[in-house]
Design a protein around this ligand. Structure first.
Ligand code: NDP
Length: 232
């Protein structure tokens, strides 16, 4: 029970990696606030691209020990076909949301002199055809992470990023559908070029997020940890 008496916020936690992370943190003793676009059982509605909503929701939470900036979207297109709205939506949801949520969370983390922030980057940060918007946002996440680790370190707040490879979630199932494959066919193709010969599961990313959010990781900050089955 390494998270007893800890309060966590997980954005985009209604499904996929965020839901697996929320479940694991809860299982290990944390009180978890899940934020997502639509309210549901155990899920608070909060569009993390909207500063007014973020400020209001975070102000209502009180103590926050752990922030997992997980909400994300893809809008894949080659550059010449990418509408400006798709560029902007992906930057807003994957990167600007982290600025907004972290700014709101540090208001309580700094005075309490404790915080663990974990940001979701991606293997795509290194470049991926059809993902100029997503790659730019996820590379931005790594720069934001390194910088906030420097700024917030003096207050006993660590900031790290996790960069998953291909994980079986509703996000990647939607990608498969877009390219005309079933989720299984798509996963089999990815598995072939992955050293571990399979795609990842949300729980395998959640375990790494939980480590970075724990006291065991107390001297790890400013890092990006790839969770990608050895893929390049
Ligand atoms: P999912 O699409 O399965 O889940 C993301 C969740 O975020 C959804 O519930 C989604 O809601 C929510 N969300 C989207 N926009 C907002 C918003 N503006 N405010 C609040 N919530 C929002 O994604 P994954 O679990 O696959 O991915 C989680 C994170 O991991 C993302 O940041 C993603 O980029 C990253 N990642 C995922 C990889 C993968 O292979 N799956 C690989 C590398 C990184 P809704 O469904 O209604 O849009």
């Amino acid at each position: 029970m390494r998270f007893t008496n800890r309060t966590a916020v997980v954005t985009g936690g209604a499904q996929g990696i965020g839901a697996a992370t929320a479940a694991l943190l809860r299982e290990q003793g944390a009180t978890v606030h899940v934020l997502d676009l639509r309210a549901a059982d155990g899920v608070t509605a909060c569009d993390v691209t909207d500063k007014a909503q973020v400020d209001e929701v975070f102000a209502g939470i009180g103590r926050i020990d752990i922030l997992v900036n997980n909400a994300g979207i893809t809008r894949d297109n080659l550059l010449f076909k990418m509408p400006f709205e798709e560029w902007k939506a992906v930057l807003d949801t994957n990167l600007t949301s982290m600025f907004l949520c972290t700014q709101a969370a540090q208001k309580v983390m700094v005075p309490q002199r404790y915080g663990r922030i974990v940001n979701l980057s991606s293997r795509s940060a290194l470049g991926n055809r059809g993902q100029a918007n997503y790659a730019a946002a996820k590379a931005g996440v790594q720069g934001l992470t390194a910088t906030l680790a420097i700024e917030l370190g003096p207050y006993n707040i660590t900031v790290n990023a996790v960069a998953p490879g291909y994980i079986a979630t509703p996000m990647t199932a939607a990608t498969a559908e877009r390219v005309g494959s079933t989720a299984e066919e798509h996963q089999a193709q990815v598995a072939e070029r992955t050293p571990l010969r399979r795609v990842g599961q949300p729980e395998e990313v959640a375990a790494v997020i939980a480590f970075l959010a724990s006291d065991e990781a107390s001297y790890v900050s400013g890092q990006t940890l790839y969770v990608n089955g050895g893929a390049r």
